[in-house]
Ligand binder design. Structure first.
Ligand code: FMN
Length: 167
C-alpha cells in the first residue's frame, strides 16, 4: 500500500466533531474532542466511538461504563480546540465550560446544541484506539433546531485546511 494514497483516501471520510465526556463517580471526569463516531443500529440505537487507549477519556469511559457525546455546533470551533487538551474541572466548570450532569453522570455541556448519553455495552479491543460500543439511553436537545440536524454540527473540514484525525 502506498502510504500517501492510504492517508489521502482515509481522509476522504467526512466527520462531525464531538466532545466525549464521562464521569466514573470516583472523582474522575474526562472530556475529549473526538471525530471517530457513527450510529451502527436502530434497534437498539447503537453508537460507536474510536477512543485512544492511552487517553484519560478511555480510562474514565471504561470505569464509568457510560459516556456522553456532546454535539458541537457549527460556530463552536474554539470548543473543539479546548478539548483537544486534557480537561480540568474547577469552579464547577469543565475546562471553563458550564455543564450539568446527565442521567449517566456524564457532563452535558450547556452551550452545545445537543448531546446523546450512552451505556457502554461492549469494547472492541483492536488497534491503538478501541471501539467503544454504546447504547443510546438519553438524548438532550439544548437548543431548538431549524433545518437538517446534520447541518447544525461542526465538521472536521470546518477546523481548517491542515486539521485531520485519520489517515
Ligand atoms: C482533530 C482531532 C480529532 C480527534 N479525534 C479523536 C478521536 O476520534 N478519538 C480519540 O480518542 N481522540 C481523538 N483526538 C484526541 C483527543 O482530543 C485527545 O487525546 C484528548 O483530548 C486528550 O485528553 P485526555 O487524555 O484527557 O483524554 C482527536 C484530536 C484531534 C486534534
Amino acid at each position: 500500500m502506498n502510504p500517501d494514497q492510504k492517508k489521502t483516501v482515509l481522509r476522504m471520510i467526512p466527520y462531525g466533531i464531538y466532545v466525549l465526556t464521562a464521569d466514573d463517580g470516583n472523582g474522575n471526569i474526562s472530556a475529549a474532542t473526538v471525530n471517530w463516531v457513527t450510529q451502527t443500529a436502530f434497534a437498539p440505537p447503537l453508537l460507536v466511538v474510536g477512543v485512544k487507549t492511552d487517553s484519560g477519556a478511555y480510562q474514565t469511559v471504561k470505569a464509568a461504563h457510560s459516556f456522553a457525546l456532546n454535539m458541537l455546533g457549527k460556530d463552536q470551533k474554539s470548543l473543539a480546540f479546548t478539548f483537544f487538551r486534557p480537561a480540568d474541572v474547577s469552579d464547577g466548570k469543565l475546562s471553563g465550560q458550564s455543564f450539568r450532569k446527565g442521567t449517566t453522570g456524564a457532563p452535558i455541556l450547556i452551550d452545545v446544541p445537543g448531546a446523546m448519553e450512552c451505556r457502554v455495552i461492549s469494547i472492541v479491543e483492536q488497534g491503538d484506539h478501541h471501539i467503544v460500543v454504546g447504547e443510546a439511553i438519553d438524548a438532550h436537545l439544548n437548543k431548538p433546531l431549524t433545518g437538517r440536524p446534520d447541518s447544525a454540527i461542526l465538521e472536521m473540514k470546518d477546523l481548517g485546511e491542515t486539521v485531520f484525525y485519520g489517515g
